[in-house]
Design a protein around this ligand. Structure first.
Ligand SMILES: Cc1cc2nc3c(=O)[nH]c(=O)nc-3n(C[C@H](O)[C@H](O)[C@H](O)COP(=O)(O)OP(=O)(O)OC[C@H]3O[C@@H](n4cnc5c(N)ncnc54)[C@H](O)[C@@H]3O)c2cc1C
Length: 503
């Protein structure tokens, strides 16, 4: 079906095979193709994904726009170094399976990353074609190939290694935990995932709404993990339902992938009480059936008509767009800087505008207004931008006397996430920084405790699916090495004790 290409390394640094038959000038003239998307008026009436999948012939044409540059800056910019040109070389020739297999070599979650990565600042942001035209639609082609493969027989992997006799406990079933569990299970280690929520998936399930990522792709991933022998114990919060000491005693190595789920607070009058709700709670209560939620989140949200969301990242976009799908007529986003300083994806903002969300830039909340217990609005103040702060973004400052009120039935806070401070009580001997992030050796992702590794948002702070996966790859490599070398010298130990010395 397609020309065989030399296998490529996954480091992102390997030498690319030169394809002499590629006429780059001709390829640059191929018009860009994009998959269709749902009309905004229709899509706020459902929770289906905004984009349809590419159709096969358009996907092949779009893949042919890749000029196969030997330096492959797209691959270098990808945190997991997907061999994008290699995959597209197969895709343009109709070998969709081969293309999907290339993505799967370096990513456990290509279906998710294709949909969720901020491609404009990663692979597509570095696409050479994008210098003078639309970049190659890398993310949407990644989604197309891997979804096509699922629809035609499923993911293909080499058989796993024989059982090693070693055990690994993974805490958290988000992208970091998934990445570690899959890589280590494929190397023959017995992996058990412990997850606090009733269903696995981390933020993929309990956060990101269906219109960005459909839930069957998460179900499929866990079915694959279970087929590999990975055990998943949900509704098990380590530190509460299972002690840290018992968990460590149960396994030869531990990976901590607990994410960063503690929503930051506004710190303004009126914040406490009914009607002010964190982004995660708002998203899970609007997106998921009650039986998949913990008791405290099962009450339906009702049908708020006026929703104000505070924040400027992807989470805030998920909230405003969910609010429109819940039927809210007036949905307003309040952000204290301008659009230029917003950190979320442009595509998400465009979708929100198309869906009728109003943006109040340069505005900061002062007080949640209430009539008795009921929220009636949010008092805000206008801001102006001053000198840059330590992040390089211009610091917002209030404009005296510019207060104004926005009517609201619900105020949603989406102003950032920190690592759960309770983890410090569960595992007090683990070194953390002043933001509660776990401190690791960046090469091996090992914590200060022997045999205990960590990665994802609990190390980086709130970040991305693909960066959690990249951490998982480094950690899995180091855990495998730890199990094979350190433990081959001794019989299976009891509880792991003692601190390692890198810190
Ligand atoms: C609303 C929202 C939208 C987002 N949108 C995007 C996007 O479009 N693109 C993108 O790339 N990224 C997005 N992100 C960020 C991305 O989802 C995270 O960076 C990623 O999920 C981090 O993976 P993780 O495995 O480190 O943590 P998580 O996904 O948070 O998983 C951690 C898991 O650990 C479990 N856990 C915590 N404590 C314990 C304990 N003590 N015992 C057992 N289990 C425990 C949690 O319940 C959770 O399931 C979004 C985040 C949010 C909140």
């Amino acid at each position: 079906m397609s020309e065989q290409i030399a296998p490529r390394g996954s480091s992102g640094e390997g030498t690319k095979p030169v394809r002499p038959d590629v006429d780059r000038k001709a390829r640059l003239k191929i018009p860009a193709h994009r998959p269709d998307k749902q009309d905004p008026v229709r899509r706020i009436e459902n929770w289906d994904e905004v984009y349809h999948l590419f159709d096969a012939s358009n996907a092949m044409i779009e893949a042919e726009r890749c000029i196969q540059c030997p330096a492959a800056p797209c691959q270098k910019a990808c945190p997991v170094h997907n061999d994008i040109p290699g995959a597209f070389w197969l895709l343009e020739q109709g070998d969709f399976n081969g293309a999907a297999n290339i993505f799967r070599e370096t990513s456990e979650l290509p279906e998710m990353c294709g949909r969720l990565c901020p491609q404009e600042r990663l692979c597509e942001g570095h696409c050479v074609v994008g210098k003078n035209a639309l970049p190659v639609a890398i993310g949407k082609l990644e989604t197309f190939t891997t979804e096509w493969q699922h629809a035609h027989g499923g993911a293909q992997h080499p058989p796993p290694a024989p059982p090693s006799g070693r055990t690994v406990a993974v805490i958290g079933s988000g992208p970091a935990g998934i990445g570690v569990a899959e890589r280590l299970a494929r190397r023959g280690h017995a992996v058990t995932i412990y997850e606090a929520w009733p269903e696995p998936g981390g933020v993929l399930r309990y956060g990101i709404p269906d219109f960005k990522l459909n839930k069957p792709s998460i179900e499929r991933k866990f079915a694959e993990l279970e087929a590999l022998g990975v055990q998943v114990r949900c509704s098990t919060r380590v530190g509460e339902d299972l002690s840290w000491e018992d968990l460590r005693a149960s396994a030869d190595a531990v990976f901590v992938g607990i994410g960063a789920s503690q929503g930051a607070r506004l710190g303004i009058p009126g914040e406490d009480g009914e009607g002010v709700i964190s982004a995660t709670e708002f998203l899970v209560r609007s997106n998921l059936p009650p039986e998949e939620l913990p008791e405290e989140h099962r009450e339906p949200l009702g049908a708020p008509q006026r929703v104000v969301v505070i924040g400027g990242g992807d989470t805030s976009m998920d909230c405003v767009r969910s609010a429109r799908r819940l039927g809210a007529d007036e949905v307003t986003l309040v952000y204290r800087r301008t659009e230029a300083e917003m950190q979320g994806r442009v595509e998400e903002r465009t979708h929100a505008v198309e869906e009728g969300v109003r943006f109040e830039y340069l505005a900061s909340p002062l007080e949640v207004l209430r009539d008795g217990a009921c929220v009636t609005g949010l008092r805000c103040i206008r801001m102006e931008l001053g000198e840059p702060d330590d992040t390089g973004r211009r610091r917002p400052q209030p404009v005296e006397g510019s207060e104004f009120d926005l009517p609201a039935d619900i105020v949603v806070t989406a102003i950032g996430y920190d690592v759960d401070s309770e983890w410090g009580e569960a595992a007090p001997e683990m070194t953390r920084d002043r933001w509660n992030r776990l401190v690791v050796d960046p090469e091996t992702m090992q914590t200060n405790l022997a045999g205990v590794f960590a990665g994802g948002d609990d190390v980086n702070g709130a970040d991305l699916v693909v960066t959690a996966l990249a951490d998982a790859h480094r950690a899995a490599e180091a855990i495998d090495h730890y199990l094979k070398t350190l433990l081959s010298e001794t019989p299976r130990p009891g509880p792991l004790v003692g601190d390692s010395s890198f810190l």
